[in-house]
Design a binder for this molecule. Sequence first.
Ligand code: NAG
Ligand code: NAG
Ligand code: NAG
Ligand code: NAG
Ligand code: NAG
Ligand code: NAG
Ligand code: NAG
Ligand code: NAG
Ligand code: NAG
Ligand code: NAG
Ligand code: NAG
Ligand code: NAG
Length: 790
Amino acid sequence: MLHSAPLWLALATTAYAQFGIEHTQYGTSPPVYPSPNITGTGWEAALEKAKAFVAQLTLEEKTFMVTGSSGPCVGNIAPIPRLNFSGLCLQDGPLAIRQAVLASVFPAGITAAASWDRDLVKQRGVQMAEEFKGKGSHVILGPVVGPLGREPFGGRNWEGFSPDAYLSGVLVEETVLGIQSTGVQACTKHYIGNEQEIQRNPSTVNGTEVEAISSNIDDKTMHETYLWPFANAVKAGTASLMCSYNRINGSYGCQNSKTLNGLLKDELGFQGYVMSDWGAVHTGYAGIEAGLDMNMPGGISFTGGASSSFWGGNISTAVTNGSLAIERVDDMILRVMTPYYHLGQDVGFPVVDESTVPLSFFSRADWKYNYTLGPMVDVRAQHSKLIRELGAAGTVLLKNVNNTLPLKEPKNIGVFGNDAADLTSGQYSLSISSGLASGDYDIGTLAAGGGSGTGRFTYIIPPLDAIKTRGQSYGALVQYITDNVAIAAGGLSSLSPTPLDACIVFLKSWASEGDDRTTLIAEWNSTVVVEAVASNCANTIVVLHGASPNVLPWKDNANVTAILAAHFPGQETGNSIVDVLWGDVNPSGRLPYTIANNETDYDLRIVNSTELVESTNPNAWQDDFKEGNVIDYKEFDAANKSVAYEFGFGLSYTTFELSDLQIKSAVSNPSRVPSSSAKVIPGGNEELWQTLVTVCATVKNTGAVNGAAVPQLYVSFPSEAGDKTVRSLRGFDKVMLAAGEAATVEFPLMRRDISYWDVTGQTWRLPSSSIGVDVGFSSRDLKLNGELTV
Ligand SMILES: *[C@@H]1O[C@H](CO)[C@@H](O)[C@H](O)[C@H]1NC(C)=O
Ligand SMILES: *[C@@H]1O[C@H](CO)[C@@H](O)[C@H](O)[C@H]1NC(C)=O
Ligand SMILES: *[C@@H]1O[C@H](CO)[C@@H](O)[C@H](O)[C@H]1NC(C)=O
Ligand SMILES: *[C@@H]1O[C@H](CO)[C@@H](O)[C@H](O)[C@H]1NC(C)=O
Ligand SMILES: *[C@@H]1O[C@H](CO)[C@@H](O)[C@H](O)[C@H]1NC(C)=O
Ligand SMILES: *[C@@H]1O[C@H](CO)[C@@H](O)[C@H](O)[C@H]1NC(C)=O
Ligand SMILES: *[C@@H]1O[C@H](CO)[C@@H](O)[C@H](O)[C@H]1NC(C)=O
Ligand SMILES: *[C@@H]1O[C@H](CO)[C@@H](O)[C@H](O)[C@H]1NC(C)=O
Ligand SMILES: *[C@@H]1O[C@H](CO)[C@@H](O)[C@H](O)[C@H]1NC(C)=O
Ligand SMILES: *[C@@H]1O[C@H](CO)[C@@H](O)[C@H](O)[C@H]1NC(C)=O
Ligand SMILES: *[C@@H]1O[C@H](CO)[C@@H](O)[C@H](O)[C@H]1NC(C)=O
Ligand SMILES: *[C@@H]1O[C@H](CO)[C@@H](O)[C@H](O)[C@H]1NC(C)=O
């Protein structure tokens, strides 16, 4: 139903079918050649070491430095013992070293984003990376800023942060800095336009190869929305970027010279390497010339059988017969080895842990080398503390009638819903079709999504267990029903005594790589469950776990007194929610997306229909990003449409006040555009990162308890900036304030923050008329209003 494409799209697709394979409206991707060489900016000493290394390689060794091979990890660059190079181990994923045993499952990106807490997000990066390093993994296949979250139904949005490019940009930067501070490489993914799972890869219909979906993105939207957070990742020094499965303007993500050579390596000055998503390479040296540096997984497919990588020995042939310049191959290896030396991975890096192997993609019999593996190590350290803290910090309190929360030691507590219970289908939920336990199990809490971004739980604290522990600590009775069918069938009649003082209902929404969501309403008869509990209980508190956004058809039920969006908190999920419910932690999460009144209120953009699925037109799958920057809250603001809970919203157990807006220029009379002679640093023209204006405000805790405020700054561009966006986030801070305490918050605005992309001039441009500045507590609660002119 919802996934039938919007009407205009269905019509457009028909038109393409009639007119052949040309996609007239967005044209093709322009050729950008040659591929820029690494310059080593910021990594100069490491580049010299990499050059010395490359100088010793044979041509065959060179081909295997850029083509993956079978081995103990999800991705492997083979060792060269002759040169004391022990190879590279690449492992999933963005919230845990996925398949490893005795490792932690951290909160997902969506939880990290909902915390709006730079420090916690950075610490998450540090501690995850410590676990990867402990298990001998050189490269984390994460963090994620693509998908950005254009589609509320997108199956992988939860792996990343937020559909707001600015928020995602800040958080990916902190994550990359955190990860790489431990000497582990970050691989920021998926570059770029990977906004839906359906048809992300080519399919075969009646023997005809049908190409992957093409994300058709205009230049302005590319810069102002989708490329934006990748620029932050490059600025933070991400060692690597993973190109995506989808096409962009008709050209595959891993062979698109405009996105790889042009935007990434030239404009953003990226110094690291581009690796392919697994199986995303569809060509030989053409992709190399377009800017791809590493082919993953390489020669042996991750399904076990032999498969073509297009690279490997073909690279030697192409170099020898003069088709491919050896200088380009050398540049690829320099890009791989420079971050390796920069992060000190050449000295004393731990060996790969034997225990990761049984679940690796590759059959041991296929390994290209006899790897020396280390013993099983427990890398969890004290990480559960941060996991618990961030799980609570990423929980958003949406409704709290008459201050029902925090709970005041209720004596008769009810716990309901399949999401409250302990896991019942195993501790590792890869995906529905993996043959391993499905994450879409009925009874059992949901604390991580599925696919390559999941994790293996060594333990989990289910909400029910944590509530029992808390209740028993002061002698409360805890009654519970975790079978949703039983609840729907009148199971609450078995409770005694009644009425209950507080009824806590746990709902969940599954999502996984490989498919998009079919509903934004929590699963397993959630509406029936909430209504059944609420009809018996005047103090019903609903907690949502899993993918988001959700819509909440029962939100105005008078007996639903509190609602919490608790996202994917990781292994300490029960403790995190108990900390918030009982008020040990004052909730400070804010929505990093918009919750609509109804799922039909979102502009539904997932491209899918039976007609498309059955089409044998190779170019049938086209996704025009016609809405430009106007997604999520920008979409609702532009349409002046009411929402259930807006971007940036979240309640606290205390209250805050904002006052005293001040706008100060840091640079007088800046030029309209950054100087074209300024240095290009990783992240782009260095002047883009210069603070031009500082905005200050005073925030005060006006309530009776300590708590953290999240003041947010939004800018409104004048019409010359050329789009329909009403306002855009350009600053935020998280400030812990004791009751009665006040503090000044400062929002530095860099040139990029207050510029728009000038398509004609191919540069960021400061508007000549004034820019609106609003500071508030959400995208629709804008207490302070001003203007700035630069
Ligand atoms: C895609 O096509 C649009 C419209 O022609 C153009 O503005 C944009 O730069 C192109 N982007 C890429 C990556 O090819
Ligand atoms: C890259 O460097 C090589 C020399 O190592 C040079 O031949 C080639 O022209 C350079 N490519 C670019 C795009 O500057
Ligand atoms: C695909 O093959 C089936 C069975 O042979 C046939 O019924 C169907 O019409 C074909 N579809 C297309 C689009 O060719
Ligand atoms: C070279 O590429 C072809 C496909 O073009 C493939 O069949 C072959 O296996 C490749 N060779 C190697 C060594 O990967
Ligand atoms: C050179 O080798 C590559 C890789 O095998 C091949 O694709 C290409 O056609 C060859 N070119 C010539 C001129 O032989
Ligand atoms: C080989 O590498 C190890 C670290 O992995 C280092 O300790 C050792 O000194 C290196 N040996 C040589 C000969 O460079
Ligand atoms: C690995 O070691 C085994 C046993 O020593 C040997 O038979 C095999 O050839 C080796 N494989 C490789 C790829 O070196
Ligand atoms: C909230 O408080 C108001 C005023 O005391 C009262 O009328 C209302 O019934 C209360 N609502 C709930 C759900 O307890
Ligand atoms: C919803 O409840 C009905 C009956 O109570 C049951 O048959 C059905 O399987 C449930 N669906 C889900 C998804 O739990
Ligand atoms: C709210 O709870 C009370 C007490 O259990 C019940 O009588 C009433 O019907 C409930 N209201 C709704 C809308 O479920
Ligand atoms: C959502 O909108 C659809 C279509 O307009 C409507 O049928 C449905 O009742 C609405 N749901 C809610 C909960 O308002
Ligand atoms: C996509 O469309 C197909 C064919 O109509 C359908 O079977 C599938 O469930 C849809 N996928 C999603 C996620 O809606």
